[in-house]
Design a protein around this ligand. Structure first.
Ligand code: SF4
Length: 375
């Protein structure tokens, strides 16, 4: 039986961060959250009959700020998901949480409901940087929240960090890393800040002291070396994990496994088709069984292309035999010139039947992937 992941998009936030272009709404009352959960359950029941051949070993509550949802509503969603789908007993169940959105009692309630992984939006522990990002917490509160999650029984924690933030320096990035590492989360994601058009941060990009490319590179190097010395495996371009703790849910995306997404702006990938839901909350609430507004059928060449793009993000890379068996293409012949070139530059390696980017290749991944696939 094929394994996959379930995703619930919870689009509620206390306040919009200055850099955010995710689908999220502020000022939503608890009653509307209840309506939203009812709509999610309705959408699940609608989709379930088509997914009987799948079993799910991951569930992910993303947002938005899912920790704003009262725990009893998270419980209702999990119960409905178990009624609708085959969810494995040891499934990884992740919920994204922000400091300032839930207290210790709420975290303990989530743990008791079966949520076994908490992904915490820390970004930085420097108050000046957090204020530029428009985050609602201080650095001290962010670290206290990680501690609170431990006390609530979470033994699988992710900390989301960011680099390229206005006012950030290698010294402040080092303080953030040291603070977070003192709490030893099992997983750390470190993304470069994207300046998205239409956000307040984008409008101020020319007046804010945003690190230059060289400064960002230096912070990136610091992140890699510090986390490697602390025993984290750099298993994906932007993700680091202690042994046994990579995000099983995100691995489904990078492995092109099926996933079902519910709620506004959620995407699903199922039987070779990618579906995207509306971003409009009112439309979703009024007709959750008719929420799809984007549908893309992926042909074999699209799937073969995605397989390369996604798997080269991973340290494990591409299993060349598996690729040949799936698509009938010998990658080492098809891209022989490019592979030789990138291998001689130390950016790619072929070993034990796998093609992968090296650590230096990770740094230049976007350029390499474009070159490689344009060949
Ligand atoms: S908490 Fe996350 S989803 Fe909400 S506004 Fe901030 S970045 Fe966006």
């Amino acid at each position: 039986m094929n394994k996959g992941g379930l995703y619930f998009h919870i689009p509620f936030c206390l306040r919009k961060c200055n850099y955010c272009d995710f689908c999220s709404y502020t000022g939503v009352a608890e009653e509307q959250m209840r309506d939203y959960v009812r709509a999610l359950i309705c959408e699940m029941k609608h989709v379930a009959p088509r997914a009987t051949a799948l079993s799910f070993d991951t569930v992910f509550f993303g947002g938005g700020t899912p920790s704003l949802l009262p725990p009893e509503l998270v419980g209702e969603l999990l119960t409905a998901a178990r009624d609708c789908f085959q969810i494995e007993r040891d499934a990884e169940i992740t919920l994204e949480a922000n400091p300032a959105s839930i207290d210790g009692g709420g975290l303990a309630a989530l743990r008791a409901l079966g949520v076994n992984r908490l992904s915490v939006g820390i970004q930085s522990t420097s108050d000046g940087e957090l204020s530029a990002l428009g985050r609602l917490h201080t650095g001290r509160e962010a670290l206290a929240f990680l501690r609170l999650a431990r006390e609530a029984g979470f033994d699988n924690l992710n900390a989301d960090l960011m680099y390229g933030i206005p006012y950030q320096s290698t010294e402040s990035a080092k303080r953030t890393l040291d603070g977070v590492l003192s709490l030893a989360p099992e997983h750390i994601s470190a993304y470069s800040l994207m300046l998205e058009e239409g956000t307040p941060l984008f409008a101020k990009k020319d007046v804010l002291p945003i690190p230059s490319e060289e400064e960002e590179d230096a912070i990136d190097t610091l992140v890699r070396t510090t986390l490697s010395e602390a025993g984290y495996l750099h298993y994906e371009i932007s993700n680091y994990a202690k042994e046994g703790y990579p995000s099983r849910h995100n691995l489904h995306y990078w492995h092109s496994d099926p996933y079902l997404g519910f709620g506004v702006s959620a995407y699903s990938f199922f039987e070779g088709v990618r579906y995207g839901n509306t971003r409009e909350l009112s439309r979703y609430l009024s007709s959750p069984t008719d929420a799809i507004c984007d549908e893309e059928v992926l042909n074999e060449s699209d799937l073969a292309y995605e397989w390369i793009m996604l798997r080269l993000r991973l340290r494990e890379g591409i299993d060349l035999d598996a690729y040949r068996a799936r698509f009938g293409i010998d990658l080492s012949l098809r891209y022989q010139k490019e592979i030789d070139r990138f291998c001689s530059m130390g950016l790619m390696r072929v070993s034990e039947g796998r093609l992968a980017l090296t650590e230096s290749g990770f740094r230049l991944s976007s350029g390499i992937l474009v070159d490689f696939l344009d060949a």
